[in-house]
Design a protein around this ligand. Sequence first.
Ligand code: 5AD
Ligand code: SF4
Length: 429
Amino acid sequence: MNIRDSEAISALLAAAGHSEAGSLDDADIVLLNTCSVRDSAERKVEGYLWKLRSWKEERKGRILCIVGCMAQSAGGSLLEKFPHLDIVAGTSAISRLPELISNVSPGSGRFSDTDEGPLPYDDISTHVSSGGVSAFIPVTRGCSMNCSYCIVPQVRGGEKSRPAEEIIEEARSLVDRGVVEIFLLGQNVAAYGLDRTAGKNESSPFAALLAKIAEIKAVKRIRFTSPHPASFNDALINAVCEIRKVCDSIHLPLQSGSDRILTAMGRRYSSSEYMEIVAKLKAGRPGISFSTDVIVGFPGETDDDFNDTRRILNDVGFDQEFIFKYSKRKNTPAAEMDGQIPLKTKEERNKILLDDLKTRILARNRSMIGSEMEILIDADSPRSNNRLIGKSSSNKTVVVEKKAGIAVGSFATAVIEDATLAALYGRLK
Ligand code: 5AD
Ligand code: SF4
C-alpha cells in the first residue's frame, strides 16, 4: 500500500511541475513516506530524519517532508522534535501535497496537515507509468477490523471502498499502457464494498469486482492483498476457484494459530475456521499456494499457544511467511494487556518459525526441479545481462536464460533445472 501511495505522490508532484532528482545532493525536496505498523519502522524514520539535518542545512530553500502513517499518528509533535522538518502530511493529505509544498517559503511556513480528506486516489491520472507489466490498484482505504494490536484503523481511518467503475476504469487505462497483471490492494480487500453493510454477508462485492476485472481481455493475471479470513466467505472462495485469471497464490494473514490468542487479538475467526478456508481453496484450486502474516510474542502467548501457531504453519505449508515480533502500539488495547512477552522470547520464537520456513521452502523448491511452469517475464536480471526474471502464477521467482522473442511482458514456459531458497532456475522451452 505504501508503494502505491509513493507512486501516487510521484505522479501528483510530477503534475505540479516537479521532477525526480538523480541523487540526494541534487534534491530540493525530500519526502519520506512512512509506516507505523511496528515500532522498528518508526525508529528507522527518526534516524533518517536526523541524518537529513545536514542535507537540509547545506542549501537554503530545501524542503523536508514526512508523509503517511507515522506523520498521521505523531502529527505536529514531529515539527517540535525535528526543527529542520517543514511538512507533516498525514494519510489523507497526500492529494494536498503540491499545495503544501508551494506554501512553504524559507523560514515562514512549517505545516502539519493530518485532516481527513478525499481518497488520495480519486484521480486515476495519479498513476505513474513505470513501464512495468504489473500495477497496483488500491480498492479500499483504511480498515474497520480493529485488531487489538494494530494502529492502522487509527492512522488510516475506517474502511472506505472506491467505486467499482473507477477501479475498472483504472485497470483499463493501465492495460492500455502495457500492464498485464493487476494487483488489488487494501487492508482487508475481502470486505470491499461492505463499508455500509452491517452483519454477516453471504455475498461478496469483492468477488464481483474480481469477475469484472477478469472480463478485461488484456488483463492476464489478477492478484490481491490482503483478505481478512473473517471476510473470506464462500462467495469469494468460489470466485477464486473459478476465475482462472486470479493467480494460484493467496495471501491469507493468520496472525496466530492459537484460538485463545486469536480471541485476544480480536481476529473474529478460530484456527479451524481458518483451516476450513484453506481446505476449500485447496480442493477447488489444486496447486494453489499460500502466504501469510504471523505475529510472535503477542501478550500472554505461552509455549503452547506458540506451538499451535507452529503446527498450523506447517499444516498449511505456506510458501511465504511474514513473521513479526509483536510491537506495542500506542492507544491499542493490546499495549495495555497483561503478560507482555520479553524480547528474547519473541526473538527465539521468530527464529524457530524462520528456520521451519526455510527448510520447507527449500524442500518445496527442490521438488519442482524437472517440472514445467508458465511464467510472466517481469524484469531483466539485475545481476546478469543474459538472464530474465519471471513469476509463476503461484508467485515463485524463476530466473531463466534469455531467448529470442521472449522479453519483459511475455508469457513463457520454463523447465526448472535448479532451485535455491530464493528462486527457481530454468530453461525456456
Ligand atoms: N506488532 C507486530 N506486528 C504487527 N502487525 C500489525 N500490527 C503489528 C504489531 N503491533 C503485522 C500483522 C499485519 C502486518 C501487516 O503487520 O501481521 O498483518
Ligand atoms: Fe490492522 Fe489488518 Fe487487523 Fe485491519 S485487518 S486492524 S489492518 S491487522
